[in-house]
Design a protein around this ligand. Structure first.
Ligand code: F6P
Length: 341
């Protein structure tokens, strides 16, 4: 089999571990030829590929980013490409494709698969918002980076008797803010699933200071928003490709807290540091398992499916199930008991 592999959408720690695993499994166990497609679906459209050998993936298990590159494709161009799916596969010379990516990539993978290009998808995102899999690789690394940042901010916050507002990634869901906030002992956690009331946030901080505490840490997901009518805030705009952009809540919230409680507050926007660098051991293992199973799925003809972790096992699930809804933080008394405001 000539098996294509591409990485698409935002990068994520563990992408290289998947590529390496695909190459190893395909070449060593199936005598496949592996074709690396550069810059995601853009490379497929523009026929930019290179053969991947075992040597090409030597030493990449621990490296962040993706050796294949990643890019976004405008919606119109993608639709046009889907209509030529089979033609593109012939031009590039592949029998099947392993597409590694997040929500947008999964949607594209499903469209290509329906249009006749056999695709197996591998889910990735630091946000952990893909339904149908218990977790995605990249999330654990992002939570580690965010937790370390919170740990570090505590000592400087305490020295200056300040509030620190840490804005973490998570456009639609608050998994990173929740997990890192809990791990780092943040005093308030704000997530998109639960619009927050600025008064509640400020009261919590004021009560803390009144109890003699010298600082407070608020972890806020970039997609968190104030409850209607409680604080003026509008999220970002749109990027080059017409996708909504996020960010700005950390700055806005910090300024608002300072105004309300009359104590210094500083925003820290962690941004893309959460996506960079070497994956954690847990992410390397999950990424490696996903790659291995993606090759098996291709050989079993499970196209239109995605590798998913379910109760410790890797299973193929229809991509349609994975893109049907986002995996959001559920309502739970246990989460209530944490610092989610
Ligand atoms: O989906 C992953 C993610 O890191 C989000 O948390 C974040 O909003 C977005 O990607 C940022 O994308 P970009 O790299 O295009 O700024």
């Amino acid at each position: 089999m000539r098996l294509g592999v591409l990485t698409s959408g935002g990068d994520c720690p563990g992408l290289n571990a998947v590529i390496r695993s695909v190459v190893h499994r395909a070449i060593t166990d199936h005598a496949d030829e592996v074709v690396g497609v550069e810059d995601g679906f853009l490379g497929l459209i523009e026929n930019r590929t290179r053969t991947l050998t075992l040597d090409d993936v030597h030493g990449i298990l621990t490296r962040g980013g993706t050796i294949l590159g990643s890019a976004r494709v405008a919606r119109d161009r993608m639709r046009e490409a889907v209509s030529r799916a089979k033609e593109l596969a012939d031009e590039v010379g592949i029998d099947a494709l392993v597409a590694i990516g997040g929500e947008g990539t999964l949607t594209a993978a499903r469209m290509f698969s329906d249009a006749g290009l056999p695709v197996v998808a591998v889910p990735k995102t630091i946000d952990n918002d893909i339904d149908a899999t218990d977790v995605t690789f990249g999330h654990d690394t992002a939570v580690h980076v965010a937790t370390e940042a919170i740990d570090r901010l505590k000592t400087t916050a305490e020295s200056h008797q300040r509030v620190m507002v840490v804005e973490l990634m998570g456009r639609h869901t608050g998994w990173i803010a929740l997990n890192a906030g809990m791990a780092g002992g943040a005093h308030g956690i704000l997530i998109p699933e639960r619009p927050f009331d600025i008064e509640t946030v400020c009261c919590m901080i004021e009560e803390r200071f009144a109890r003699g505490k010298k600082f407070a840490i608020v972890a806020v997901a970039e997609g968190a928003r104030p409850a209607p009518g409680t604080m003026k805030f509008e999220h970002g705009g749109t990027d080059l490709y017409g996708h909504q952009t996020f960010g700005g809540i950390g700055n806005r919230l910090s300024a608002e807290i300072e105004r309300w409680i009359g104590k210094e507050s500083r925003p820290v926007i962690l941004g893309h540091t959460q996506r960079g660098g070497s994956p954690t051991a847990q992410d390397r293992v999950l990424a490696t398992r996903f790659g291995w199973h993606a090759v098996e799925a291709a050989h079993e003809g499970a196209f239109g499916h995605m590798t998913a972790l379910r109760s410790g096992r890797i299973v193929p699930v229809p991509i349609a199930d994975a893109v049907a809804r986002l995996k959001t933080v559920p309502e739970s008394r246990w989460i209530e008991a944490e610092a989610v405001l």
